[in-house]
Design a protein around this ligand. Structure first.
Ligand SMILES: Nc1ncnc2c1ncn2[C@@H]1O[C@H](COP(=O)(O)OP(=O)(O)OP(=O)(O)O)[C@@H](O)[C@H]1O
Length: 248
């Protein structure tokens, strides 16, 4: 069956100044119900790609569509079709955990009953039930990251963009997050996930995109990428090492 991609990036070049692009002709897709791992060394361009998807930066060239919409053709439809977990938590110090989650739910037009059941489920899943009425400034680093995750998951958009979510999470939190993402995927959601923890994401992502110095140097399933590189049998970490060392 030929399905339309939820996220499609075509010929994207972009960066922080016009005369110094960081991304060079990026092309990638994420299909419905797919979890795709975006991997690359520090500075490869993963967060910059995500900032372009979120509309925090404008492409120098190329196009990004989410469910067939661009930011310029349908800004509201585009933005309501995705949520984001940033690499570092960004919270309002004077707001409680519950207020953050409620604020996000309202922004995404989540029904009250859905908000209540999802919040209860997420609080239990991430072991945050006794912190729901705590000010964010009184939370630990890992708990702050959990608030960002709960905010992204209280809405049910078509696409979740998740930037290195595991840092700071305890082992139970990491497992809960991975299992929750698998459930979302089964329900048809699409996930673009960046992480350096390759041994963890190897078993969870359907496909991978390898970014190196702002270019896509490989993409596909692990089997497809190892086959294409003539390196069958390697695990993701071994293949990644070979690809980026070879690209030096
Ligand atoms: N605010 C900024 N202003 C100017 N250049 C930036 C800015 N943020 C990132 N860069 C540059 O853009 C390039 C890509 O950085 P980016 O943050 O996208 O990398 P990344 O793949 O997410 O890395 P990491 O794994 O360290 O998070 C780097 O060369 C970096 O120096």
């Amino acid at each position: 069956m030929n399905t339309a991609p939820v996220l499609q990036i075509t010929g994207l070049s972009g960066g922080y100044s016009l005369n110094k692009p960081v991304l060079h002709d990026i092309g990638l897709q994420v299909q419905p119900g797919e979890m795709v791992g975006l991997i690359g060394l520090n500075g490869a361009g993963k967060s910059t790609t995500m900032k372009h998807i979120l509309g925090l930066m404008s492409p120098h060239k190329g196009e990004i569509t989410v469910q067939g919409k661009t930011r310029s053709s349908d800004p509201e439809g585009y933005h309501s079709a995705l949520t984001f977990v940033p690499e570092s938590p960004l919270l309002y110090e004077e707001m409680t955990v519950r207020e953050h989650v409620e604020f996000t739910a309202r922004a995404y037009g989540v029904e009250r009953s859905d908000y209540e059941s999802r919040t209860g489920q997420l609080a239990a899943l991430f072991n945050m039930e006794d912190k729901m009425d705590t000010l964010s400034s009184h939370l630990s680093k890992g708990m702050k990251q959990k608030v960002m995750i709960m905010c992204a998951f209280v809405a049910r958009p078509a696409l979740y963009v998740i930037d290195e979510p595991f840092l700071g999470l305890d082992p139970l939190g990491i497992r809960s997050l991975l299992d929750f993402m698998l459930d979302l995927k089964k329900s048809g959601a699409s996930i673009l996930l960046s992480s350096h923890i390759l041994s963890t994401i190897e078993n969870y992502c359907d496909r991978f995109i390898v970014l190196h110095r702002g270019k896509v140097i490989a993409q596909g399933t692990l089997a497809e990428m190892t086959e294409a590189a003539g390196l069958r049998g390697l695990n993701l970490e071994q293949l990644f090492y070979e690809l980026v060392q070879g690209g030096k």
